[in-house]
Design a protein around this ligand. Structure first.
Ligand code: AMP
Length: 187
């Protein structure tokens, strides 16, 4: 089972992915988490992406596709993957299809968490206070939202066309969102 959790930053993708990991044993592949780990480790990659991430821009397709490839390669027995924050561009989505196809599998479901911009901004202000992420300031966040609208949202009609897309109201409580996701995924 391969699921893409789709939505703008702070829509709740990470929270829901972690619940699915706990409940179903799937593996969460968050490119944002991988890039933050690279930064904390002080690796060459981390140094390279730091400025782009802080400003709210997108890291190159090549970098994030390589990170995903590496994870698929090192988890051949996974019960399923939850893609969180990936793909974010059309080339990333095409690359994901190829990576999965070469392993005899595919994207099964795309769940879009819908949250309005004002609520996202409120969540970001709160997360910044709690976690202090350098790209959660209002200016970078605005740029992240713009990147989502310009480069990521165009994937929605593609997945809809493929019959894989389900929309869930992400303004509801964590528990209600989680139970609606479970209904989509089935037992
Ligand atoms: P996230 O935690 O998913 O919001 O990601 C934080 C930041 O990491 C983004 O604002 C981008 O700079 C970078 N990033 C994460 N995933 C991707 C991706 N799939 N493509 C490009 N940049 C990404």
């Amino acid at each position: 089972m391969n699921l893409i959790l789709f939505g703008p930053p702070a829509a709740g993708k990470g929270t829901q992915a972690k619940k699915l990991v706990a409940e179903r044993g799937y593996i969460q592949l968050s490119t944002g988490d991988m890039l933050r780990a690279a930064r904390s480790s002080g690796s060459e990659l981390g140094v390279k992406v730091a400025g782009i991430m802080d400003s709210g821009g997108l890291v190159s397709d090549e970098i994030v596709i390589a990170l995903i490839d590496e994870q698929l390669e090192s988890n051949p027995e996974a019960a399923g993957f939850i893609f969180d924050g990936f793909p974010r561009t059309i080339p990333q989505a095409e690359a994901l299809d190829k990576l999965l196809e070469s392993r005899g599998t595919k994207v099964d479901n795309v769940i879009r968490l819908k949250v309005d911009d004002e609520a996202l901004m409120q969540r970001i202000i709160k997360r910044f206070e709690e976690e202090g992420r350098s790209d959660d300031n209002p200016e970078s966040f605005r740029k992240r939202l713009d990147a989502y609208n310009a480069q990521t949202a165009p994937l929605l009609p593609i997945y809809a066309e493929q019959g894989k897309l389900t929309e869930v109201d992400g303004m509801q409580s964590i528990e209600v969102v989680s139970s609606e996701i479970s209904q989509v995924l089935g037992a």
